[in-house]
Write a protein that binds this ligand. Structure first.
Ligand code: SAH
Length: 285
């Protein structure tokens, strides 16, 4: 997940949702970060295979649920792709041309290099753009993919804004912070309500999809392995080098401390929240 850069002005950040420090204060968009903090976050995260929880098997599961494998010459967008873990899986699994969009060129350069290495250069095109102003024509895409990124504009706004780019019957696949139970510890509830007010249960997210012109076709929860083995452990393994190459700057140390807090939050409360993976079809045309 990743509100990593949110709230950086208060130096409490992480790649994901920020650790609560000013309850009630909404996370800030990436554009409002201090340059020093943004540079440090890029430095910490650009060497990661992922910039949020996820897994190749889980991307493949979502692809299987989508039914896209049976179709050819697809046009796909991967929004907030980071260094492109999901983009590469999509390229392997589908007969598709993929436009991989992120606001940070440093991440896209990593994806470009990986795409060349894996001989997908002709089918993966990277594009620096904001997810709020995407450069696609109406009804031009067979699928819009987005893992751990739609929270940047909010789930409700994101799914509504992106729907228009889909052909009728086109697929939307997004992973999103989700409550896994009806009841949860008050401290956890307060934390997420402050940091990402749109946090909700799967039933609430599905209802939003239905109200926004989508027909849900599949849902699953990312297993803890997607957080721990695939994201947090590799991130933690980069901390020492990150601190030393940045001369233990206070801002760098603050980022590491905030990331550690985020890991601790997940380890403590993982029965109550996670990432839901939602696959839906554009309906209602
Ligand atoms: N999908 C990737 C990255 C998730 S982290 C993965 O799962 O590994 C969230 C990503 O959203 C980051 O790469 C960040 O640069 C990008 N992002 C943040 N705000 C954005 C915006 N307004 N437009 C496009 N991308 C944005």
């Amino acid at each position: 997940m990743d509100h990593w850069y949110h709230g950086l002005q208060t130096r409490r950040t992480r790649f994901n949702h920020p650790i609560e420090q000013n309850p009630g204060q909404r996370s800030k968009p990436i554009e409002s970060l201090l340059l020093e903090d943004l540079s440090l976050l890029i430095d910490l995260h650009k060497d990661g295979e992922r910039q949020g929880p996820g897994g190749d098997d889980e991307t493949r599961l979502a692809i299987a649920l989508s039914g896209l494998g049976a179709r050819s010459q697809l046009q796909v967008a991967d929004i907030g792709c980071g260094t492109g873990a999901s983009t590469l899986v999509l390229a392997k699994a589908l007969d598709a041309r993929i436009t991989a969009v992120d606001v940070l060129p440093e991440f896209l350069q990593r994806l470009d290099a990986a795409a060349r290495r894996e001989k997908f250069g002709a089918r993966i095109k990277t594009q620096v753009a904001s997810m709020e102003a995407l450069p696609f024509a109406a009804q031009s895409l067979d699928a819009v993919w987005s893992e751990g990124a739609v929270y940047n504009m909010g789930f409700a706004s994101g799914i509504r804004a992106w729907r228009r780019f889909l052909k009728p019957g086109g697929i939307l696949a997004v992973s999103e912070l989700t409550w896994l139970t009806q009841q949860r510890p008050q401290a956890l509830e307060a934390h997420w309500k402050a940091q990402y007010p749109e946090v909700g249960t799967a039933a609430e997210k599905m209802a939003l999809l239905e109200r926004s012109g989508f027909s849900p076709v599949g849902y699953f929860v990312l297993p803890p392995r997607c957080w721990l083995e695939n994201y947090y452990r590799p991130l933690q393994a980069r901390f020492a080098d990150f601190l030393s190459r940045n001369q233990n700057l206070p801002a760098a140390a603050a980022i590491v401390a905030a990331e550690e807090q985020e890991v601790a939050l997940f380890e403590r409360y993982r029965e109550y929240f996670g990432y839901g993976y939602y696959v839906a079809k554009r309906a209602g045309d």
